[in-house]
Each structure stands twice: as structure tokens, then as C-alpha cells.
Write a protein that binds this ligand. Structure first.
Ligand code: FAD
Length: 503
């Protein structure tokens, strides 16, 4: 760029990342005079075909795009999601929910869980789930919208996300992006042309010899990382030491089993299996470590644990946990799998696309690519990856499982520094600490630390001000209030029917 504003944005790739970027950029910058946004994708290559569970932040992305929720749910065959159920992660036979939203009701100005810990000390054995409206409703198969303007209602503590058909979601976003002027080009990129001096990307060349020129390129080419990784040679920072799973096998199946508004993750001998129930089918996959399990065995294990009949041949995927050393290099910004990958244990990848789009829009270059802005973008994006990585490692590290070589490796692995400190503080005093504007909030850390069996030695002294009998009485009252609220909620199926968003 020579002091001229950006006129041509080229997005390479039309998976979830590409169409999210196209829809958002067109919505924000679409009215900019003379700006063109082109997206090139290859039907022959296709998309990764997975990525169907989300977290509540997606609601703000939909708000930005002014998406009508009922229309979106109907068109993407989506279901609601109140959290993730972790089965067999602590030990076989055990299960807990990491709910969205918070626990309990407000008590004496300190976090609810200190009273829960006080109750445990006094002999209570009820786990955290019944104190969360999200976990309780999720387990009961119920759904209703949060009542945020009524803080006295347990429904004010509810938060939700969606589970949707990835292919339909990309198509849904495509329609919105095209309505805002995005031009879609079909074709396979075979070469990336760079300026001989600066190394900035000038154009991408398609198989038919045509060139698409631009001033800014968004690399959404998936694991290939065509521009950032291949053309600009930005190296990959490998985190497989902490997250050894490097394969997945995915297969959709017909509906069967329960219809809870929860994603389920079930621990397996060399990884874990996901279950994502949609309106018309269930998405399933087995994430595993190839150092600890052969592909055939991993596939058999998945197929033996479906709630319905398989609807397609198993889709095998390979990956490495980690990210590119820079996400924004020269005039290329990578989103989605082109920038990095963290296994979908907490359904965070689509959010990473969304937050990178928001961050880049905030730094969108006016007439030049600012170096300070680029460094800051890369630092903040990496920080988000680190936050998520540490949270994922917690699930593997804090477990009683030692029934396979994989689990023995995971539980004996020294955790990253930030995580080690968090675990030690929770274990010592029941305090949940959260750095800076960290991605996962205190209730999330609590859910997984407690769910994975970390037992604190203490709790906040304020919780000790109530005597044992009063503590138990109040805890029981909270459970009752939540159970009562859940009993009045419709089932998810009824809710979808009532909203006209059932397919
Ligand atoms: P892709 O879907 O791979 O899209 C790449 C695009 O680039 C395609 O359109 C392709 O045609 C195009 N392309 C590539 N090369 C060329 C070329 N040479 N010329 C032209 N076009 C090209 N995320 C979640 O948030 N929740 C989940 O539950 C979840 N589960 C996952 C499970 C697994 C096993 C994996 C691997 C990922 C999961 N993810 C999940 C991540 C999620 O799938 C991705 O973040 C998301 O789909 C975005 O992918 P993408 O658009 O970056 O890449």
C-alpha cells in the first residue's frame, strides 16, 4: 500500500471462517465507497466439514450481523446448547456439566462456590450441577431464553449457544455476505504472487490462469494455510507436548438417545468422543492421539458408540495443536484453521474466528499497515490461544484416570505455568483467579476444576460466618429454586416448535 486506502479485499477460502469474515466485513465496511470484497473457494477441495458446537459469544456475532435467531436456527437445523457434559473424564462412571452462565444465587457478596465448599466440609455431597440452571436444565432436556432483566429469577443466570450444521451455516452466511455485495469466485488457487521487494501478496492465481488482485488478503484456506503458512512461510508453533491428540474421525448419525441441549464429550482410552445433537442428525467424532491408538481402532470405537445409524463414511482428519507464529504478517491475516488449531474440547475455534475478525476490524488499516497494530493484534490473538490451551490442558491433567498409557502421559505432564498457579490457588484456598481479560470466566474454571476432582483445602472466611445448619438450609433452598424453575421450562423440542424454528 502506498498511502492509498484499501480498495480490494480478497478472502481465500469459503469454510466457516471465510464466510464469517465475508459476512462481517461486508456488514461493517460494505458501504465504504469503492471497496470490493471477493471470496474465492474451491468446491473440489471442499471444507473441513466439522465444527458444529459453539459458545455463547456467538450471540454477539449474530447481533452484529442482525441475524434473526429463529430464522438462523431453522435454516441451519440448529439446537440450543447450555453447556458441555464431560463423561468419564475424572474416572469411568463420573459425569459433570461445564455450564454456560453462573452458579447459585448471590450470597453475602462473595462467590457462591465458597458456600458450596463450606457445605461440602459440613458433609454435603451434592455436586455443583444442581446449583447451575444451565446444567440442571441441560440434563433435563429443557430450554428457555435467559431473563436478564429479572435478576431475582434463576433464569437470569442462564447463558446459551448453538449447535448447527456447519455446511448450512456457511451457506446461511454466504447469502448474507452476497446480499452485502461480496463476490464469490469458484476456483482453485494454484499460486500466490508477491511483491519482489516487500513480500506483500499482490494476487492469487487460479487454475484457469486468472488472477485475483488485492491490497488485503484474508487467509481462510484451512489447514493448508496457503498464504500465511505456504507463501509467507510463517512457522507453526507446536503445542502437541501439552495437547497430544493429533487425529479425529467424524461421522454423523441418525437421531437417537436423549435430546439434551448439551454437547457431550466422553473420555476414551486415547482421547475423547464428541456428540453434538442437531435437529435432524447427531454429529459425532473421536479425537485421539495417533501415538496411542491406531486409526482402525479409533474408528471402530466411534462406530460402536453412536446413538443412531451412521449417515456417511467416516471422515479422517489430521492436525497438530498450536498456531502460526504470527496471525497477521505483511498484508495477510489468517483466520480459522489457517492460523492455528486447538482441539474442539470446549468448542472454541469458531469463537477464535469471530474474535480475530473483531480485533482486526478495530485495527483495520486506513492508509498503511501499521506495524504496532500488527504486533498488538498478534500478541492479543496469541494470548487468547494460550488462555484456551491452558483451560484444555486442565481437563487432561487433573484426572484420576490411569487406565491407559495416554492418560498416564496426560496426568503426569507438567502443566503450563499459568495453569499450575491457578490449580494450586484453587486447591489451597478455593479461590478462582482470572488473569487480565481472560477468555474463560471464573464459573468455567470452577466447573472444570471441581468437575475434574480438585478438592480445595479451604474457602473464603465469609462463607464460614454461616453455621452448618444454615449453610445446608440455604444450599437446599437454592437447589429447590433452580429445580422449580427448570420444571416450568419447556423441553427443547417444544420450545423450537413454539418459536417456529423447528424444521
Ligand atoms: P475449512 O473449513 O477447511 O475451509 C477452507 C476453505 O479453503 C474451503 O472453502 C476450501 O475449499 C478453501 N481452499 C483451500 N485450499 C484452496 C485452494 N487452493 N483454492 C481455493 N480454495 C481453497 N470448531 C468449533 O468452534 N466447534 C467445534 O465443535 C469444532 N469441532 C471441530 C472438530 C474437528 C475434528 C476439527 C478438525 C475442527 C473443529 N472445529 C470446531 C474447528 C472448525 O471446524 C473450524 O474452525 C471452522 O470450520 C473453520 O474452518 P476453516 O474455514 O478455517 O477451514
Amino acid at each position: 500500500m502506498n498511502g492509498e486506502p484499501i480498495r480490494k479485499i480478497v478472502i481465500v477460502g469459503g469454510g466457516t471462517a471465510g464466510w464469517m469474515a465475508a459476512a462481517a466485513i461486508a456488514k461493517i465496511l460494505g458501504e465504504f465507497p469503492g471497496l470490493s470484497i471477493q471470496l474465492v473457494e474451491s468446491d473440489a477441495i471442499g471444507t473441513v466439514g466439522v465444527g458444529e458446537a459453539t459458545i455463547p459469544q456467538i450471540l454477539s456475532f449474530h447481533k452484529l450481523l442482525e441475524i434473526d435467531e429463529n430464522e438462523f436456527v431453522r435454516e441451519t437445523h440448529a439446537t440450543y446448547k447450555l453447556g458441555i457434559e464431560f463423561v468419564d473424564w475424572l474416572r469411568p462412571g463420573h459425569s459433570y456439566v461445564h455450564p454456560f452462565g453462573t452458579y447459585g444465587l448471590d450470597m453475602l457478596g462473595i462467590e457462591f462456590h465458597h458456600f458450596w465448599l463450606r457445605g461440602q466440609e459440613a458433609g454435603e455431597t451434592v455436586p455443583l450441577d444442581p446449583y447451575s440452571i444451565g446444567a440442571a436444565a441441560g440434563r433435563a432436556g429443557k430450554f428457555f431464553w435467559p431473563q436478564l432483566n429479572n435478576p431475582r429469577s434463576p433464569l437470569s443466570k442462564l447463558a446459551y449457544a448453538f449447535q448447527f450444521d456447519a455446511r448450512l451455516y456457511a451457506a446461511f452466511l454466504r447469502r448474507r455476505a452476497e446480499a452485502h455485495g461480496v463476490i464469490r469466485l469458484e476456483g482453485k488457487v494454484i499460486q500466490v504472487h508477491q511483491d519482489g521487494e516487500t513480500g506483500f501478496v499482490e494476487s492469487v492465481e487460479l487454475e484457469d490462469g486468472s488472477r485475483i488482485e488485492g491490497e488485503l488478503f484474508i487467509d481462510c484456506s484451512g489447514f493448508r494455510s496457503l498464504l500465511l503458512g505456504q507463501a509467507l512461510q510463517v512457522p507453526f508453533e507446536d503445542w502437541s507436548k501439552w495437547l497430544p491428540c493429533d487425529r479425529a474421525v467424524a461421522v454423523p448419525c441418525t437421531l437417537g438417545g436423549d435430546r439434551q441441549p448439551l454437547t457431550r464429550s466422553t473420555a476414551r482410552p486415547a482421547g475423547w468422543q464428541w456428540r453434538i445433537p442437531l435437529q435432524h442428525r447427531i454429529g459425532n467424532g473421536h479425537v485421539y492421539s495417533s501415538a496411542h491408538m491406531e486409526q482402525d481402532k479409533a474408528t471402530d470405537l466411534l462406530l460402536a458408540n453412536l446413538d443412531g445409524e451412521p449417515l456417511a463414511e467416516p471422515n479422517h482428519l489430521r492436525f497438530t495443536a498450536g498456531h502460526r507464529a504470527q496471525f497477521w504478517e505483511k498484508n495477510v491475516v489468517a483466520l480459522g484453521l489457517a492460523g492455528g488449531f486447538l482441539e474442539p474440547l470446549e468448542s472454541t475455534a469458531i469463537h477464535l474466528v469471530q474474535s480475530s475478525i473483531a480485533r482486526f476490524m478495530a485495527f483495520f488499516p486506513t492508509t498503511a499497515f501499521g506495524e504496532q497494530e500488527r504486533l498488538r493484534f498478534n500478541r492479543d490473538t496469541r494470548r487468547e490461544y494460550v488462555d484456551i490451551r491452558d483451560f484444555l490442558v486442565l481437563h487432561y491433567k487433573s484426572t484420576e484416570r490411569d487406565d491407559s498409557e495416554f492418560w498416564r502421559y496426560c496426568r503426569n505432564l507438567p502443566p503450563p505455568d499459568g495453569l499450575a498457579e491457578k490449580m494450586a490457588i484453587f486447591e489451597g484456598s478455593g479461590r478462582v483467579v482470572r488473569e487480565h481479560d481472560e477468555f474463560f470466566t471464573e464459573p468455567s474454571w470452577l466447573a472444570v476444576m471441581a468437575g475434574q476432582g480438585i478438592t480445595p483445602k479451604g474457602y473464603h472466611p465469609v462463607a464460614g460466618m454461616l453455621d452448618e445448619a444454615e449453610t445446608k438450609k440455604r444450599l437446599e433452598h437454592i437447589r429447590q429454586v433452580i429445580a422449580q424453575a427448570v420444571s416450568q421450562m419447556p423441553t427443547q423440542e417444544d420450545f423450537l416448535q413454539q418459536q417456529g424454528s423447528a424444521i
